[in-house]
Design a protein around this ligand. Structure first.
Ligand SMILES: Cc1cc2nc3c(=O)[nH]c(=O)nc-3n(C[C@H](O)[C@H](O)[C@H](O)COP(=O)(O)OP(=O)(O)OC[C@H]3O[C@@H](n4cnc5c(N)ncnc54)[C@H](O)[C@@H]3O)c2cc1C
Length: 411
Protein backbone atom coordinates (compact mmCIF):
# COMPACT_ATOMS: atom_id res chain seq x y z
CA UNK A 1 0.00 0.00 0.00
CA UNK A 2 1.29 3.51 -0.74
CA UNK A 3 2.37 5.31 2.42
CA UNK A 4 0.91 8.62 3.53
CA UNK A 5 3.77 11.10 3.66
CA UNK A 6 3.07 14.04 5.93
CA UNK A 7 5.53 16.89 6.37
CA UNK A 8 4.93 18.56 9.71
CA UNK A 9 5.81 22.24 10.24
CA UNK A 10 8.47 21.03 12.71
CA UNK A 11 10.09 18.82 10.05
CA UNK A 12 10.07 21.76 7.60
CA UNK A 13 11.71 23.95 10.23
CA UNK A 14 14.41 21.36 11.04
CA UNK A 15 15.16 20.82 7.34
CA UNK A 16 15.45 24.61 6.83
CA UNK A 17 17.90 24.90 9.76
CA UNK A 18 19.95 22.04 8.35
CA UNK A 19 20.07 23.76 4.93
CA UNK A 20 21.30 26.98 6.53
CA UNK A 21 24.10 25.20 8.41
CA UNK A 22 24.97 23.19 5.30
CA UNK A 23 25.31 26.37 3.24
CA UNK A 24 27.37 28.23 5.86
CA UNK A 25 29.51 25.60 7.57
CA UNK A 26 29.42 22.35 5.62
CA UNK A 27 29.79 23.03 1.87
CA UNK A 28 32.47 25.76 2.22
CA UNK A 29 34.59 23.56 4.55
CA UNK A 30 34.00 20.19 2.89
CA UNK A 31 37.19 20.12 0.78
CA UNK A 32 39.36 21.22 3.72
CA UNK A 33 38.14 18.47 6.06
CA UNK A 34 38.15 15.89 3.29
CA UNK A 35 41.82 16.54 2.55
CA UNK A 36 42.85 16.70 6.19
CA UNK A 37 40.60 13.74 7.13
CA UNK A 38 39.34 15.78 10.06
CA UNK A 39 35.95 16.00 11.69
CA UNK A 40 33.99 19.21 11.06
CA UNK A 41 33.47 20.24 14.68
CA UNK A 42 32.23 23.75 13.72
CA UNK A 43 29.32 22.31 11.80
CA UNK A 44 28.64 19.59 14.40
CA UNK A 45 28.45 22.23 17.15
CA UNK A 46 26.09 24.34 15.03
CA UNK A 47 23.92 21.26 14.41
CA UNK A 48 23.78 20.64 18.17
CA UNK A 49 22.96 24.29 18.89
CA UNK A 50 20.17 24.24 16.32
CA UNK A 51 18.68 21.22 18.08
CA UNK A 52 19.03 18.92 15.07
CA UNK A 53 20.35 15.97 17.12
CA UNK A 54 17.01 16.14 18.92
CA UNK A 55 15.17 15.29 15.70
CA UNK A 56 14.85 11.51 16.16
CA UNK A 57 14.81 11.36 19.98
CA UNK A 58 11.34 11.09 21.57
CA UNK A 59 10.10 14.14 23.45
CA UNK A 60 10.14 12.41 26.84
CA UNK A 61 13.95 12.09 26.55
CA UNK A 62 14.65 15.65 25.49
CA UNK A 63 14.10 15.23 21.76
CA UNK A 64 11.74 16.71 19.19
CA UNK A 65 10.09 13.34 18.60
CA UNK A 66 9.95 14.27 14.91
CA UNK A 67 10.67 10.74 13.70
CA UNK A 68 12.52 9.05 10.87
CA UNK A 69 10.97 11.16 8.09
CA UNK A 70 12.19 14.42 9.64
CA UNK A 71 15.56 12.76 10.27
CA UNK A 72 15.74 11.82 6.58
CA UNK A 73 15.05 15.39 5.50
CA UNK A 74 17.69 16.84 7.82
CA UNK A 75 20.23 14.23 6.68
CA UNK A 76 19.43 14.95 3.02
CA UNK A 77 20.10 18.67 3.48
CA UNK A 78 23.46 18.07 5.17
CA UNK A 79 24.54 15.38 2.67
CA UNK A 80 23.65 17.67 -0.24
CA UNK A 81 26.55 19.85 0.90
CA UNK A 82 28.89 17.03 1.99
CA UNK A 83 28.03 13.36 2.05
CA UNK A 84 30.72 12.79 4.70
CA UNK A 85 29.11 15.26 7.04
CA UNK A 86 25.73 13.66 6.27
CA UNK A 87 26.95 10.35 7.65
CA UNK A 88 28.74 12.04 10.56
CA UNK A 89 25.31 13.33 11.56
CA UNK A 90 23.21 10.25 10.71
CA UNK A 91 25.46 7.75 12.49
CA UNK A 92 24.36 9.24 15.80
CA UNK A 93 20.88 7.94 15.06
CA UNK A 94 22.26 4.56 13.96
CA UNK A 95 24.14 4.21 17.26
CA UNK A 96 21.18 5.42 19.32
CA UNK A 97 18.49 3.25 17.75
CA UNK A 98 19.50 0.09 19.69
CA UNK A 99 18.81 2.04 22.92
CA UNK A 100 15.58 3.44 21.47
CA UNK A 101 14.21 0.13 20.20
CA UNK A 102 15.52 -2.16 22.93
CA UNK A 103 16.56 -0.13 25.95
CA UNK A 104 14.83 -0.04 29.31
CA UNK A 105 13.21 3.15 30.55
CA UNK A 106 16.18 3.74 32.86
CA UNK A 107 18.65 3.34 29.97
CA UNK A 108 16.71 5.72 27.74
CA UNK A 109 16.65 8.30 30.55
CA UNK A 110 20.36 7.82 31.17
CA UNK A 111 21.70 8.17 27.63
CA UNK A 112 19.16 9.78 25.29
CA UNK A 113 18.94 13.33 26.76
CA UNK A 114 22.67 14.00 26.30
CA UNK A 115 22.51 12.51 22.77
CA UNK A 116 19.54 14.75 21.96
CA UNK A 117 21.40 17.80 23.24
CA UNK A 118 24.38 16.97 21.03
CA UNK A 119 26.58 16.74 24.14
CA UNK A 120 27.38 13.10 23.46
CA UNK A 121 27.99 11.48 20.09
CA UNK A 122 27.25 7.86 19.29
CA UNK A 123 28.69 4.96 17.29
CA UNK A 124 27.36 1.56 16.22
CA UNK A 125 29.75 -1.41 16.54
CA UNK A 126 28.41 -4.45 14.72
CA UNK A 127 30.90 -5.37 11.94
CA UNK A 128 34.02 -7.40 12.57
CA UNK A 129 36.92 -8.63 10.48
CA UNK A 130 35.21 -11.95 9.84
CA UNK A 131 31.58 -10.82 10.15
CA UNK A 132 30.34 -8.23 7.66
CA UNK A 133 27.25 -9.19 5.68
CA UNK A 134 26.95 -12.25 7.91
CA UNK A 135 26.26 -10.17 11.00
CA UNK A 136 25.21 -13.24 12.99
CA UNK A 137 28.78 -14.56 12.89
CA UNK A 138 30.25 -12.18 15.49
CA UNK A 139 33.13 -13.16 17.73
CA UNK A 140 33.51 -10.28 20.21
CA UNK A 141 32.49 -11.82 23.54
CA UNK A 142 30.90 -10.42 26.67
CA UNK A 143 31.21 -12.75 29.65
CA UNK A 144 29.27 -12.29 32.88
CA UNK A 145 31.44 -11.72 35.92
CA UNK A 146 29.57 -10.82 39.11
CA UNK A 147 27.66 -7.60 38.44
CA UNK A 148 29.61 -6.89 35.25
CA UNK A 149 30.19 -7.99 31.69
CA UNK A 150 33.78 -8.34 30.51
CA UNK A 151 34.13 -7.62 26.78
CA UNK A 152 37.00 -8.94 24.63
CA UNK A 153 37.72 -8.69 20.91
CA UNK A 154 37.81 -6.18 18.04
CA UNK A 155 35.21 -4.42 15.93
CA UNK A 156 35.94 -3.24 12.43
CA UNK A 157 34.89 -0.04 10.69
CA UNK A 158 33.26 1.87 13.51
CA UNK A 159 32.09 5.16 11.99
CA UNK A 160 32.48 8.08 14.43
CA UNK A 161 34.99 6.06 16.47
CA UNK A 162 37.01 8.40 18.64
CA UNK A 163 34.51 11.25 18.16
CA UNK A 164 31.72 9.26 19.83
CA UNK A 165 31.19 9.04 23.57
CA UNK A 166 28.67 6.19 23.54
CA UNK A 167 29.19 2.91 21.62
CA UNK A 168 26.46 0.32 21.02
CA UNK A 169 28.55 -2.84 20.88
CA UNK A 170 27.13 -6.15 19.66
CA UNK A 171 28.69 -9.04 21.56
CA UNK A 172 28.30 -12.79 21.86
CA UNK A 173 26.85 -13.48 25.30
CA UNK A 174 25.71 -17.05 24.71
CA UNK A 175 27.91 -18.93 22.22
CA UNK A 176 25.80 -22.09 22.61
CA UNK A 177 22.54 -20.47 21.48
CA UNK A 178 21.53 -20.08 17.85
CA UNK A 179 18.74 -17.54 18.27
CA UNK A 180 19.86 -15.76 21.48
CA UNK A 181 23.60 -15.62 20.87
CA UNK A 182 24.08 -11.87 20.69
CA UNK A 183 23.43 -8.90 22.97
CA UNK A 184 23.98 -5.17 22.55
CA UNK A 185 25.96 -3.54 25.34
CA UNK A 186 26.80 0.15 25.80
CA UNK A 187 30.46 0.98 26.28
CA UNK A 188 31.34 4.56 27.11
CA UNK A 189 34.46 6.39 25.98
CA UNK A 190 37.20 6.21 28.61
CA UNK A 191 36.22 2.79 29.97
CA UNK A 192 39.53 1.04 30.80
CA UNK A 193 40.60 -1.43 28.11
CA UNK A 194 38.53 0.25 25.38
CA UNK A 195 40.68 1.82 22.66
CA UNK A 196 40.30 3.18 19.16
CA UNK A 197 42.96 1.99 16.72
CA UNK A 198 43.73 2.17 12.99
CA UNK A 199 41.94 5.27 11.78
CA UNK A 200 41.18 4.15 8.21
CA UNK A 201 42.48 6.07 5.18
CA UNK A 202 39.33 6.02 3.06
CA UNK A 203 38.33 6.63 -0.57
CA UNK A 204 35.49 8.93 0.50
CA UNK A 205 33.53 10.33 3.48
CA UNK A 206 36.95 11.31 4.75
CA UNK A 207 35.78 13.93 7.28
CA UNK A 208 34.26 11.28 9.51
CA UNK A 209 36.59 8.81 11.22
CA UNK A 210 36.10 5.09 10.62
CA UNK A 211 38.21 3.02 13.00
CA UNK A 212 38.82 -0.30 14.66
CA UNK A 213 37.50 -0.47 18.21
CA UNK A 214 39.42 -2.78 20.53
CA UNK A 215 38.07 -4.30 23.73
CA UNK A 216 40.70 -5.72 26.06
CA UNK A 217 38.82 -7.09 29.08
CA UNK A 218 36.54 -4.05 29.12
CA UNK A 219 34.43 -4.25 32.27
CA UNK A 220 30.99 -2.61 32.18
CA UNK A 221 28.10 -2.98 34.64
CA UNK A 222 25.31 -5.38 33.68
CA UNK A 223 23.02 -2.36 33.59
CA UNK A 224 24.76 -1.44 30.29
CA UNK A 225 23.22 -4.49 28.60
CA UNK A 226 20.58 -3.01 26.30
CA UNK A 227 17.16 -4.31 27.33
CA UNK A 228 15.93 -6.47 30.19
CA UNK A 229 17.71 -9.70 29.28
CA UNK A 230 20.59 -10.96 27.16
CA UNK A 231 20.13 -12.56 23.75
CA UNK A 232 18.09 -9.82 22.11
CA UNK A 233 21.02 -8.22 20.26
CA UNK A 234 20.44 -9.63 16.80
CA UNK A 235 16.80 -8.55 16.91
CA UNK A 236 17.84 -5.09 18.13
CA UNK A 237 20.41 -4.85 15.31
CA UNK A 238 17.82 -5.73 12.65
CA UNK A 239 15.22 -3.32 14.11
CA UNK A 240 17.92 -0.64 14.18
CA UNK A 241 18.81 -1.17 10.53
CA UNK A 242 15.15 -0.96 9.51
CA UNK A 243 15.03 2.52 11.10
CA UNK A 244 18.48 3.63 10.00
CA UNK A 245 18.47 2.54 6.35
CA UNK A 246 16.11 5.36 5.29
CA UNK A 247 18.84 7.62 6.74
CA UNK A 248 21.54 6.14 4.49
CA UNK A 249 19.09 6.43 1.63
CA UNK A 250 18.54 10.09 2.53
CA UNK A 251 22.31 10.66 2.47
CA UNK A 252 22.21 9.21 -1.03
CA UNK A 253 19.39 11.51 -2.16
CA UNK A 254 21.25 14.51 -0.74
CA UNK A 255 24.48 13.43 -2.43
CA UNK A 256 22.69 12.88 -5.76
CA UNK A 257 20.99 16.27 -5.56
CA UNK A 258 24.25 17.98 -4.63
CA UNK A 259 26.05 16.45 -7.64
CA UNK A 260 23.13 17.19 -9.96
CA UNK A 261 22.99 20.86 -8.89
CA UNK A 262 26.69 21.33 -9.60
CA UNK A 263 26.47 19.54 -12.95
CA UNK A 264 23.43 21.59 -13.91
CA UNK A 265 25.17 24.89 -13.20
CA UNK A 266 28.35 23.75 -14.96
CA UNK A 267 26.36 22.66 -18.03
CA UNK A 268 25.01 26.23 -18.40
CA UNK A 269 28.45 27.84 -17.95
CA UNK A 270 30.73 25.59 -19.97
CA UNK A 271 30.68 26.33 -23.69
CA UNK A 272 31.76 23.93 -26.43
CA UNK A 273 31.01 24.31 -30.15
CA UNK A 274 29.91 27.89 -29.42
CA UNK A 275 27.04 27.03 -27.10
CA UNK A 276 26.61 25.97 -23.46
CA UNK A 277 27.04 22.19 -23.24
CA UNK A 278 23.48 22.06 -21.85
CA UNK A 279 22.35 22.81 -25.42
CA UNK A 280 23.70 19.43 -26.53
CA UNK A 281 20.99 16.83 -26.38
CA UNK A 282 23.16 14.06 -24.94
CA UNK A 283 24.07 16.32 -22.01
CA UNK A 284 20.38 17.18 -21.62
CA UNK A 285 19.59 13.48 -21.54
CA UNK A 286 22.12 12.91 -18.76
CA UNK A 287 20.72 15.83 -16.75
CA UNK A 288 17.14 14.66 -17.26
CA UNK A 289 17.96 11.09 -16.17
CA UNK A 290 19.86 12.35 -13.13
CA UNK A 291 16.93 14.55 -12.07
CA UNK A 292 14.35 11.83 -12.70
CA UNK A 293 16.23 9.18 -10.74
CA UNK A 294 17.00 11.53 -7.84
CA UNK A 295 13.36 12.54 -7.54
CA UNK A 296 12.18 8.90 -7.67
CA UNK A 297 14.72 7.98 -4.98
CA UNK A 298 13.62 10.90 -2.81
CA UNK A 299 9.99 9.78 -2.68
CA UNK A 300 10.92 6.15 -2.09
CA UNK A 301 13.01 7.33 0.86
CA UNK A 302 10.23 9.50 2.25
CA UNK A 303 7.78 6.60 1.90
CA UNK A 304 10.15 4.22 3.72
CA UNK A 305 10.74 6.79 6.46
CA UNK A 306 7.00 7.41 6.84
CA UNK A 307 6.47 3.63 7.01
CA UNK A 308 9.01 3.46 9.84
CA UNK A 309 7.25 6.30 11.68
CA UNK A 310 3.86 4.62 11.36
CA UNK A 311 5.35 1.20 12.28
CA UNK A 312 3.97 -0.33 9.10
CA UNK A 313 4.21 -4.12 8.81
CA UNK A 314 6.70 -4.17 5.94
CA UNK A 315 9.17 -1.58 7.24
CA UNK A 316 12.18 -3.83 6.56
CA UNK A 317 11.30 -4.32 2.90
CA UNK A 318 10.64 -0.63 2.34
CA UNK A 319 13.83 0.41 4.14
CA UNK A 320 15.85 -2.04 2.02
CA UNK A 321 14.21 -0.80 -1.21
CA UNK A 322 14.91 2.82 -0.34
CA UNK A 323 18.50 2.10 0.70
CA UNK A 324 19.28 0.02 -2.36
CA UNK A 325 17.55 2.20 -4.94
CA UNK A 326 18.68 5.58 -3.61
CA UNK A 327 22.30 4.54 -3.15
CA UNK A 328 22.48 3.03 -6.66
CA UNK A 329 21.01 6.31 -7.91
CA UNK A 330 23.62 8.33 -6.00
CA UNK A 331 26.43 6.33 -7.64
CA UNK A 332 24.87 6.69 -11.12
CA UNK A 333 24.20 10.41 -10.71
CA UNK A 334 27.68 11.10 -9.34
CA UNK A 335 29.18 9.20 -12.29
CA UNK A 336 27.19 11.23 -14.81
CA UNK A 337 28.00 14.45 -12.97
CA UNK A 338 31.72 13.72 -13.42
CA UNK A 339 31.01 13.01 -17.10
CA UNK A 340 29.29 16.38 -17.53
CA UNK A 341 32.29 18.12 -15.95
CA UNK A 342 34.56 16.33 -18.42
CA UNK A 343 38.25 16.49 -17.47
CA UNK A 344 37.56 19.00 -14.70
CA UNK A 345 35.32 16.40 -13.06
CA UNK A 346 38.32 14.12 -12.64
CA UNK A 347 40.35 16.72 -10.76
CA UNK A 348 40.39 17.06 -6.98
CA UNK A 349 40.42 20.86 -7.44
CA UNK A 350 36.62 20.79 -7.67
CA UNK A 351 34.03 19.15 -5.40
CA UNK A 352 32.49 16.93 -8.06
CA UNK A 353 35.26 14.30 -7.77
CA UNK A 354 34.52 14.11 -4.05
CA UNK A 355 30.83 13.46 -4.71
CA UNK A 356 31.93 10.51 -6.85
CA UNK A 357 34.32 9.15 -4.18
CA UNK A 358 31.76 9.64 -1.42
CA UNK A 359 28.96 7.87 -3.29
CA UNK A 360 30.54 4.41 -3.41
CA UNK A 361 30.34 3.67 0.31
CA UNK A 362 26.58 4.21 0.27
CA UNK A 363 26.20 0.97 -1.71
CA UNK A 364 28.29 -0.91 0.87
CA UNK A 365 27.57 0.09 4.47
CA UNK A 366 24.51 -0.70 6.57
CA UNK A 367 24.18 -3.82 4.42
CA UNK A 368 25.53 -4.04 0.88
CA UNK A 369 23.06 -3.59 -1.95
CA UNK A 370 23.31 -7.33 -2.64
CA UNK A 371 22.08 -7.92 0.91
CA UNK A 372 19.29 -5.34 0.43
CA UNK A 373 18.12 -7.25 -2.64
CA UNK A 374 18.09 -10.46 -0.60
CA UNK A 375 15.99 -8.74 2.08
CA UNK A 376 13.56 -7.44 -0.56
CA UNK A 377 13.30 -10.80 -2.35
CA UNK A 378 12.71 -12.73 0.90
CA UNK A 379 9.99 -10.32 1.85
CA UNK A 380 8.39 -10.65 -1.62
CA UNK A 381 8.47 -14.44 -1.34
CA UNK A 382 6.66 -14.19 2.01
CA UNK A 383 4.12 -11.83 0.40
CA UNK A 384 3.37 -14.49 -2.23
CA UNK A 385 1.59 -16.49 0.51
CA UNK A 386 -1.08 -13.76 0.60
CA UNK A 387 -1.61 -13.89 -3.16
CA UNK A 388 -3.36 -17.27 -3.25
CA UNK A 389 -6.32 -15.70 -5.06
CA UNK A 390 -4.08 -15.45 -8.14
CA UNK A 391 -3.52 -19.24 -8.25
CA UNK A 392 -6.25 -19.72 -10.84
CA UNK A 393 -4.26 -17.60 -13.29
CA UNK A 394 -1.11 -19.72 -12.90
CA UNK A 395 -0.61 -22.74 -15.19
CA UNK A 396 -1.89 -25.72 -13.13
CA UNK A 397 0.57 -28.15 -14.65
CA UNK A 398 3.48 -26.22 -13.08
CA UNK A 399 2.07 -26.60 -9.57
CA UNK A 400 3.32 -29.54 -7.56
CA UNK A 401 2.75 -30.30 -3.93
CA UNK A 402 4.56 -32.95 -1.91
CA UNK A 403 2.70 -35.61 0.06
CA UNK A 404 3.91 -36.75 3.49
CA UNK A 405 5.63 -39.82 1.97
CA UNK A 406 7.55 -37.48 -0.35
CA UNK A 407 5.59 -38.41 -3.47
CA UNK A 408 4.75 -35.58 -5.84
CA UNK A 409 1.08 -34.76 -6.27
CA UNK A 410 -0.14 -32.65 -9.19
CA UNK A 411 -2.29 -29.72 -8.05
C1 LIG B 1 33.51 3.39 5.46
C2 LIG B 1 32.78 2.31 6.18
C3 LIG B 1 32.04 2.63 7.30
C4 LIG B 1 31.39 1.61 8.01
N1 LIG B 1 30.73 1.92 9.18
C5 LIG B 1 30.27 0.92 9.96
C6 LIG B 1 29.75 1.20 11.28
O1 LIG B 1 29.66 2.35 11.72
N2 LIG B 1 29.37 0.16 12.05
C7 LIG B 1 29.45 -1.14 11.61
O2 LIG B 1 29.07 -2.04 12.36
N3 LIG B 1 29.90 -1.42 10.36
C8 LIG B 1 30.33 -0.44 9.54
N4 LIG B 1 30.84 -0.72 8.30
C9 LIG B 1 30.86 -2.09 7.82
C10 LIG B 1 29.88 -2.34 6.68
O3 LIG B 1 28.57 -2.36 7.16
C11 LIG B 1 30.32 -3.64 6.00
O4 LIG B 1 31.49 -3.31 5.27
C12 LIG B 1 29.26 -4.21 5.09
O5 LIG B 1 28.16 -4.69 5.84
C13 LIG B 1 29.81 -5.34 4.22
O6 LIG B 1 30.55 -6.24 4.95
P1 LIG B 1 32.02 -6.65 4.45
O7 LIG B 1 32.75 -5.42 4.14
O8 LIG B 1 32.60 -7.58 5.42
O9 LIG B 1 31.78 -7.38 3.06
P2 LIG B 1 31.38 -8.92 2.85
O10 LIG B 1 30.24 -9.28 3.71
O11 LIG B 1 32.60 -9.75 2.95
O12 LIG B 1 30.88 -8.87 1.33
C14 LIG B 1 31.79 -8.83 0.24
C15 LIG B 1 30.97 -8.90 -1.04
O13 LIG B 1 30.22 -10.14 -1.06
C16 LIG B 1 28.83 -9.87 -1.22
N5 LIG B 1 28.06 -10.84 -0.44
C17 LIG B 1 28.26 -11.25 0.85
N6 LIG B 1 27.32 -12.13 1.21
C18 LIG B 1 26.48 -12.27 0.15
C19 LIG B 1 25.30 -13.03 -0.09
N7 LIG B 1 24.77 -13.80 0.84
N8 LIG B 1 24.73 -12.93 -1.31
C20 LIG B 1 25.25 -12.12 -2.28
N9 LIG B 1 26.36 -11.37 -2.10
C21 LIG B 1 26.95 -11.45 -0.90
C22 LIG B 1 28.65 -8.46 -0.67
O14 LIG B 1 27.48 -7.86 -1.19
C23 LIG B 1 29.93 -7.78 -1.15
O15 LIG B 1 29.78 -7.40 -2.48
C24 LIG B 1 31.46 0.28 7.56
C25 LIG B 1 32.21 -0.03 6.41
C26 LIG B 1 32.88 0.96 5.74
C27 LIG B 1 33.71 0.57 4.56
Amino acid sequence: MPQNIVFTPLADELAAKAREIADKLVRPLAAKYDKAQEYNWEAAKAVAKAGLFRTFVPKEYGGHGAGVLALARVTEELAKADSGFGVAFAVNALGSFPILVGGTEAQKKKWLPSIAAGEKFVAFCLSEKFAGSDAGGLSVTAVEDGDDYVICGEKKWTTNGGVADIYSVFCVTDPTSKSRRISAIVVEKGTPGFTVKKVEDKMGIRCVPVVETHFDHVRVPKSNLIGERPGMGFKHAMMTLDLARPGVAAQAVGAAQGALDLANVYAQRRQQFGVPISNHQMVQQMLADMAMKTEAARWLVYAAAAAADSQAANVGQRAAMAKCFATDVAMDVATDAVQIFGGYGYMEDYPIAKFFRDAKILQIYEGTNQIQRIVIARSLIRDANDLGHLDEYIPRETQKTYQEDGAVKQA
